[in-house]
Design a binder for this molecule. Sequence first.
Ligand code: NAD
Length: 311
Amino acid sequence: MEKTAVIGAGIMGRGIALVYALHGWSVALHDTSGEALEQAKTLIGTDLTLLADEGLISAAECQATLDNITPTASLKEAVGDAGFITEAVPEQLALKWQIFSRIEAHAPATAIIASNTSTLPLSELSRQLAQPERMLITHFFNPAHLVPLVEIVRAENTPEETLTTLLNLLRRAGKTPVVLKKEVPGFIANRLQAAILREALHLVESGVASEQDIDLAVTAGPGFRWSVIGPLETADFGGLDTWQSVMKNLAPELDCTPTTPAVLKEMNRRGELGVKTGQGFYAYPDRQTIADKIRFRNLAFIRLLKQHRQE
Ligand SMILES: NC(=O)c1ccc[n+]([C@@H]2O[C@H](COP(=O)([O-])OP(=O)(O)OC[C@H]3O[C@@H](n4cnc5c(N)ncnc54)[C@H](O)[C@@H]3O)[C@@H](O)[C@H]2O)c1
């Protein structure tokens, strides 16, 4: 299988296209927006240049990757001869269903279909397919070309061969796949991220510390450790007797409100959506500031990635 297609050329789709193109696949990148396709090529070029500047790829690989990506406004053309198709359109079930039925109509009957959904259950996504067993979830993390993890959700009737093909494909693309044993909303990583964000928002609302200090308490503390050992191994090193006492004292104190945190709703109401509107918990006053911050962040991720690949 050497041809793949990615449907949706936004934040995630363009990163996923880069991943497969970099590792030798020919990638048809489809979007209904001509502007998104144009922008995707430019931003993929910027990401590749940084990888080359940091010595992760050669100038020749940079050019070959760009050459491997064919942007197209036609979904039919994109999936017509693809053995593997990744959907990365906005998180709306009806829209995704519409895309899947068009993929089924135009793609080879043997093609594996993957969704990059963050939250929608596989059983719902695949419900209208004639061959639901050929759909899986491959959940990448932004920026998809740098974060190694891809969470995989399979159905009970996913053939072992399909899963094996997918795992081989992701490993060949330099990714670290994790397969869930059963379907659960938010998979693994988003549940953990959401639990931490809920508590961080609770600390902001309670005036316990500044936004900067709350972030620093994670990046210089647990986050520093978690890039090497996860929370369960961290607990083993701390001692499970100690953690039992910590949980006994702290569990009743932690926020467990079963609704969207009020501070998040209020910021959304004010149009403070973060980077995309120039204001979130921090200010992003202009495009240059944002570009500089993304470059700084990606350089740090590249350092981590180099370390991850040596392990
Ligand atoms: N952004 C993240 O951090 C992130 C992380 C993991 C998973 N996801 C998931 O990935 C998916 C895509 O998210 P994103 O952040 O890339 O969104 P995005 O809005 O950046 O990109 C979506 C793209 O899909 C295109 N599109 C819309 N309708 C289309 C159609 N009918 N046919 C083809 N293209 C169409 C849009 O033009 C846009 O370019 C969502 O399911 C999201 O939940 C996002």
